[in-house]
Design a protein around this ligand. Structure first.
Ligand code: ADP
Ligand code: ZN
Length: 310
């Protein structure tokens, strides 16, 4: 361990971005001080959670707390008997898996638990493109679509948690693709994720050239979703992340479509002159989720130190 880390008063935190396709684990005190990081494919719950636990056990010092940003649907209600579990997921073998409980038992440190996108919005708020903004929205467009919202500095968790990926969006003219969502067919997720693009065009999203018709459809659907989310939440900034947003040209097209959809209705300069700094990529890049999970760890630690002894 370096002299710096030995004298550092900041707590050592663990983060897990528990995705349906891959897990990202990291240990450190923040984005400038990641001591170790590991990414691996999501396999069976036993194998995957053991691998995540081993990652922390191998480190010379156990983190003081860990945070988990999980794929959903997940149970975030601390009073529920299935708190910390993935709930009814179509992902084979993972329904009702107690992710938070497993890691808590194995590592015996406080565990913070939330959705992957709630973690990402927290990470961006703390260290990324949303610093200083209490009203912030993070949308990921990857294997799935999900959104996390911070309002007045507090994560939106309601009856369940928001499921922005399944917004119903009007069809683009000429689009007859049935969509891939197992529940709704052509909801936003059914039309605009990486797998939806691949199913529609018969090749992977990343292999499509920039002038392909796919991107017009993509900007149409994301432009509508972002417009609706601005109207519903009134965020001070919207961050768009995930694999599909690696297509950087989508940002200009989405900003344009949002302005067209709003048609001057919301006259705020953020939506007119400054839209380039209003709809933006994540400041933390592909680490938004795992760093956000470290913020969940910090929150779990803070809660423990302020909670009265039972
Ligand atoms: P996950 O959602 O599983 O956490 P990602 O956010 O990386 O992971 O999303 C993966 C999806 O993004 C895949 O469907 C992939 O086809 C798509 N994708 C990855 N890179 C690109 C790219 N450069 N352009 C378009 N789509 C991409
Ligand atoms: Zn759906």
């Amino acid at each position: 361990m370096s002299a710096k880390s030995a004298n550092d008063p900041r707590p050592l935190l663990g983060g897990i971005e528990a995705g349906g396709t891959k897990f990202v684990c990291a240990i450190g005190t923040g984005p400038e001080d990641i001591r170790a990081e590991e990414r691996f494919e999501t396999a069976t719950p036993e194998v995957t959670l053991q691998r995540a636990a081993d990652f922390f056990r191998r480190h010379p010092r156990l983190p003081e707390a860990i945070g988990i940003g999980a794929f959903g649907p997940a149970d975030l209600d601390p009073d529920s008997p299935t708190y910390g579990h993935i709930t009814s997921t179509p992902k084979t073998g993972w329904d009702y898996v107690d992710i938070a409980g497993y890691l808590q038992r194995y590592l015996d440190v406080p565990v913070g638990f939330d959705t992957d996108v709630n973690a990402a919005v927290l990470g961006e708020h703390t260290w990324g493109a949303g610093q200083g903004l209490g009203n912030l929205l993070y949308l990921t467009i990857g294997t799935g679509i999900g959104g996390g919202a911070l309002l007045n500095g507090v994560l939106v968790r309601g009856l369940l948690h928001p499921e922005m990926g399944h917004l119903i969006v009007p069809r683009a003219p000429g689009d007859e693709f049935g969509g891939v969502c197992p529940y709704h067919g052509a909801c936003l997720e059914g039309l605009a994720t990486g797998p939806a693009i691949a199913a529609r065009w018969g090749r992977s999203a990343q292999s499509l050239p920039r002038d392909h018709a796919a991107w017009g459809f993509e900007a149409h659907y994301l432009g509508i979703a972002v417009t609706n989310l601005i109207l519903a939440f009134s965020p001070e900034r919207i961050i768009l992340g995930g694999g599909v947003m690696q297509q950087r040209h989508l940002f200009a097209a989405i900003r344009n479509n949002v302005q067209t959809n709003l048609n001057g209705y919301l006259g705020h300069p953020y939506l007119t002159r400054s839209i380039n700094s209003y709809i933006v990529p994540p400041g933390l890049g592909s680490r938004a989720g795992v760093l956000g999970a470290m913020v969940l760890a910090q929150n779990a630690l803070d809660q423990r130190s302020t909670r009265p002894e039972p």
